[in-house]
Design a protein around this ligand. Structure first.
Ligand SMILES: [Zn+2]
Length: 375
């Protein structure tokens, strides 16, 4: 068979991405708790009422432990995890949603699971089967490569991977059933877990494998011998994409902590600024899963703008050898980047993406609360 440059090129790309067991170590918004005040502000009156109603006496730590053990079976969670009691101690559902419960899905429940939890073997592409990155397959969703947009949606495997929309559907349903049965405490807590996954999907790095091909350290290809160059490129790409993933989340957290005016002005109008398409409320049981897919699509659409903005703001330095943000090596000076006059345009571009992505997270979270508390 005649080997054309084209087949060589394709073969190379395919091999490269097959080996790229994509394992970002940063996960989602740095702290989901920081987004929640926006979610529960400005709720329609009927929701403000249910979320503000007193929870009454809380279950004991022992009861909660047993409850989790049971959930671990029905929802295939890691049974070895001991969750801390939600902080601060919630007096009403709104406080459960704005407290620590929203970050619980990052505390181990989706990690180191049995093979039966991953029958389609997605973990090999999404962070492996062990350690903190092994939750990736439930916290991310890559919707598949679209031939019309091959670069913006480039991914391996080319079909959709990630259980996030399905997990959002099953957690939401569990939450709604518990709320209906009168167990508002656990219903709301599990609703927070579903919402966590939904907010993850609003972070473009959870819906796009590689936001910009410029984030790939192609220079590694010129190493010698070629066999080594190839494997180095794979591991180095995992590192550089993780760096941009982390930098984006750290910088966003800084903007939120600094109470950046433009960002907070935008988020006050999240319902208008969101780019995720409307999802019909009358979908009943299918609503959470469809909402998740709509959010993932909106994130995919934001991917290339995010890639461009990050490369302008953080530059190519995050690709330099030895820079490894998850290991605290080469962390950029975010405070300086947030005020440097020459980076104004880059900051604005990143802020524009942030405004849309966080608005999507906020709008979708409200939709899920509304759905879960509907009789
Ligand atoms: Zn997460």
């Amino acid at each position: 068979m005649k080997t054309t440059a084209g087949t060589l090129f394709f073969g190379f790309f395919f091999g490269f991405f097959m080996l790229l067991s994509f394992a970002p170590q940063g996960f989602s918004w740095e702290r989901h708790e920081s987004i929640m005040p926006w979610v529960i502000s400005d709720l329609p009156p009927h929701l403000a009422t249910v979320l503000g109603a007193p929870l009454g006496s809380l279950p004991s730590a022992q009861t909660n432990k047993a409850f989790y053990q049971n959930l671990a079976k029905t929802l295939t969670l890691n049974p070895g995890v001991v969750l801390a009691e939600p902080m601060p101690s919630p007096a009403r559902p709104s406080e459960l949603l704005t407290g620590s419960a929203i970050d619980e899905p990052d505390k181990g429940m989706d990690e180191n699971l049995e093979a039966s939890a991953d029958p389609e073997n997605m973990r090999q592409f999404m962070g492996g089967t062990q350690g903190v990155t092994s939750k990736g397959f439930r916290h991310m969703y890559f919707g598949g490569m679209k031939l019309g947009h091959p670069f913006a949606t480039f991914q391996i495997p080319t079909h959709a991977v990630g259980l996030s929309p399905r997990r959002i559907a099953s957690l939401s349903l569990e939450a709604k059933n518990l709320i209906k049965s009168g167990n508002i405490y656990w219903g709301t807590r599990i609703l927070a877990w579903a919402m966590h996954l939904l907010q993850d999907l609003a972070q473009p790095f959870h819906a796009v494998q590689i936001p910009s091909l410029e984030m790939v350290p192609w220079g590694e290809l010129f190493n010698w011998p070629p066999s080594k160059a190839f494997s180095t490129l794979v591991s180095e790409t995992t590192r550089t994409i993780s760096n941009y993933h982390w930098a984006y989340e750290d910088f966003t957290l800084l903007l939120i902590a600094q109470k950046d005016l433009r960002l907070s002005e935008c988020l006050k109008e999240a319902d208008k600024k969101k780019t995720v398409r409307d999802v019909p409320k009358n979908l009943d049981k299918d609503y959470p899963g469809q909402l998740a897919l709509a959010v993932a699509q909106a994130s995919t659409d934001l991917g290339s703008d995010l890639g461009k903005a990050e490369l302008e703001l953080f530059g190519k330095g995050l690709k330099f050898r030895g820079v490894d943000l998850p290991k605290n090596q080469g962390t950029p000076n975010y405070a300086e980047l947030s005020i440097r006059p020459d980076l104004l345009d880059a900051r604005q571009a990143l802020l524009a993406v942030n405004c849309k992505a966080l608005s999507n997270a906020i709008w979708a979270s409200r939709g899920l609360i509304d759905w879960a508390f509907q009789p």
